[in-house]
Each structure stands twice: as C-alpha cells, then as structure tokens.
Design a protein around this ligand. Structure first.
Ligand code: GDP
Ligand code: ZN
Length: 353
C-alpha cells in the first residue's frame, strides 16, 4: 500500500473514520463500480447504501485517488463504506448543458498541466486548468511536452511563462528523454501527481517513460478510437522510486466549477494590480482610476489576459446562478424591483419636464 501513497497520515485518518473494514485506494471507476486497492490486492466494490444516500452531490462519492473504507459484505462482494477526509479534490463542470460537477481525482498533491509544443499551446486553456488546480488544493506546475518537435521551443515557453504566474514550467520530451529527471523530482514517496491535459499531448507516453515500462496504452495502440477508458485500466500508477501518477482522461472542454479562489490565484498579477484601483469595488472595465486597465494601456498587462480574467469571473457568476436557482430568482426579483423603480423615476422626470 505504501507504493500507492499510504502513509501515517492516512493511517491516522482511517483509525478516526473506520470502526471496521480495511483501508484501500480507488484505482479506477467504471459506471457504478470501483477498482479498489487494499493490502490484499485489488477488488471491485460498490458504494454502500448509507454513503450513497448521505451524499449531497457527486463530490461526496468516491473518485479515483480516494482513500476509502472497504467492507466485505455477507454475500461475498465488497462495498465502500466511507471516504477518508480528502487532502484535495479536483472538480470540473461536467460536459453538457446541465450544471453538474465531475470529480476528476482526489488526494492529488501536484498537478502537471501537460501541453504539447506547437499548436496545442493555448494560454487561455492553461489558465482554466490553473484555476481548477489551485482550487483543488493541489500545487500546479506546467509541463511542455514533445520538446523534440522544435529546435527552438523558446516562443512556446515564453507564452506559458506569461500565464504560469509564480509556478514552474518544465520542458520535456518523452521521446528523447529530456526533462524526465527534473519531473522525477516531484515523485517522492507519499506524493500523488496527476497529469491533466487534452488527449494526444503525450500524457500516457510520459507516464510510461517515467515508469520505465508500458503501463498505459498510448494513442498508437488505442485502436477503439474512444481512448483508454473502454477497458477499465487503472488510473493510478506507482513508480519504482516512490510516488504515484494519476492519469486522467483527455478533456475537450474544461468547465469551471466553483473556483473563485482558484481564479484569484491564477490571476495573482491582475489582483495585485487591483489593490491600487481608486474604487474598492472596481470592476476593471474602464472605471476612473483603475490600475488594471492602466496596466493594459501602458503595456505591462496583456489585454487578452484581462479579458480572460473577466470571462472566467463571468462564467463563475453564471454557474453560481445555475447551481443556486434560489439565489438567481432573488436576483431576478431584485432586477424587476430596480426596473420598476427606474421606470417610476423616468415617468416622474417626464411629468416634471
Ligand atoms: P495522451 O492522449 O495525452 O495520453 O497522449 P499519448 O501519450 O497517447 O501520445 C499521443 C501521441 O503523441 C502518440 O502518437 C505519441 O507517440 C506522441 N508523443 C508522445 N510523447 C511524445 C514526445 O515526447 N515527442 C513526440 N514527438 N511525440 C510524442
Ligand atoms: Zn480596477
């Protein structure tokens, strides 16, 4: 179990939470069943009724990376009775129109935001990943892969440095082996590192290169066209020198989910500037004395970065109104009240006039 990140921390958590059963870590999820690794090996387990009924949302249910209490049931099957308190949880908005959350992984210490050299490099997408990574409680890092594709990666590196405020950007090539030693430094015992990024950027290849063997199927052997998740392959990969890699399915769109704190950390540069805005509630949309728009005008802040900041904030506000309909009804009511008052004022003005 040590190989999967078990430590005295989890031991203590287990003692507090469990009255019976044994500890295990969720390796993979398949519909309503989970592959759980315990001291005696891997087994399938379902969520116990009590845990399911007590869950307020999907976030309260097991996810890959969770440490759980596994119970053997009288009929010979196993069930997950409880989750040990998480150290972090990476949540995104699930694809689709409905505002529902999806847990990408739990108990992640470090997130590698993986992007491939060339066309894949997209500062706006990296900002999204960063916001969710910060919000999760993990420490984000940016990894630029396929370094072998260009003799001069400096332009791509520069674009990433501009959005990776205060965090490292690593250049790597799984193909040639560049940068792997640097990445291996993150992989120390008890640490879980999750790889996030679009499909095809080279996450599986990187995992295999770091593990020193073919533990994950890469694109070239995934012939079903749907990726590696048709078979229930394990998402957690223990490394020979310690540390665990958590592989995630490639994500086409990364919707934000309650990430106010994460957006603030991602845009620490913008928020630092805003301290000098004249108005405390400045929205940085051209108000007088706005230090943020001034920075755009004098060229110290990229206009597209400020635009991205506004967009992510707006997305969060919209999400909040969808998730909390009571709140949005209240806002609509307020808007109607305002509107009526405004019309009254107009009417009076007209009569006065
Ligand atoms: P994933 O979907 O992110 O897991 O991506 P894969 O690991 O399956 O890789 C996608 C494609 O990129 C495969 O064809 C790999 O051979 C290729 N690839 C992965 N790493 C590198 C690299 O460092 N350099 C180059 N040139 N190609 C790579
Ligand atoms: Zn301002």
């Amino acid at each position: 179990m040590q190989a999967y990140g078990w430590s005295s921390h989890w031991e203590a958590q287990f003692r507090q939470v469990a009255t019976s059963g044994q500890p295990g870590r969720v390796m993979a999820e398949h519909r309503d069943r989970f592959v759980v690794r315990t001291a005696v090996g891997e087994q399938w387990a379902r969520v116990a009724g009590r845990l399911r009924h007590g869950a307020q949302s999907r976030v309260d249910l097991p996810a890959v990376g969770d440490w759980v209490v596994v119970q053997g049931d009288p009929d010979g099957t196993a069930s997950i009775a409880a989750l040990l308190p998480r150290r972090s949880v990476f949540v995104r908005r699930a694809a689709g129109d409905e505002a529902v959350e999806q847990v990408v992984g739990a108990n992640i210490d470090v997130v590698w935001i993986v992007t491939a050299l060339g066309r894949d490099v997209n500062p706006r997408r990296v900002e999204r990943y960063l916001a969710l990574a910060w919000e999760s409680g993990a420490r984000p890092v940016v990894v630029l892969t396929k370094a072998d594709l260009s003799p001069d990666p400096s332009t791509d590196l520069q674009r990433l440095h501009e959005v990776a405020v205060g965090i490292p950007v690593h250049l790597a090539s799984a193909m040639r082996g560049d940068g792997l030693d640097e990445l291996k430094r993150y992989l120390t015992p008890e640490v879980t590192v999750a790889l996030l990024g679009s499909s095809g950027v080279g996450k599986s290849t990187l995992v295999n290169a770091l593990a020193g063997e073919e533990v994950l199927a890469t694109a070239s052997v995934r012939t079903d066209g749907k990726g590696r998740h048709t078979t229930t392959s394990r998402q957690l990969v223990p490394l020979p020198g310690g540390g665990v890699l958590l592989d995630t399915p490639g994500m086409r769109e990364l919707g934000l989910w309650e990430a106010g704190q994460g957006v603030s950390q991602t845009f620490a540069d913008v928020e630092a500037l805003s301290v000098n805005c004249r108005f405390r509630d400045c929205r940085h949309r051209g108000e007088p004395g706005c230090a943020v728009t001034a920075a755009v005008e004098n060229g110290t802040l990229d206009a597209s970065r400020l635009d991205a900041y506004h967009k992510l904030r707006a997305e969060l506000a919209y999400l909040a109104s969808k998730v909390d309909p009571a709140l949005s009804r209240e806002r609509e009511h307020q808007a109607r009240v305002e509107h009526r008052r405004y019309r009254k004022i107009l009417k009076r003005k007209r009569m006065d006039g």
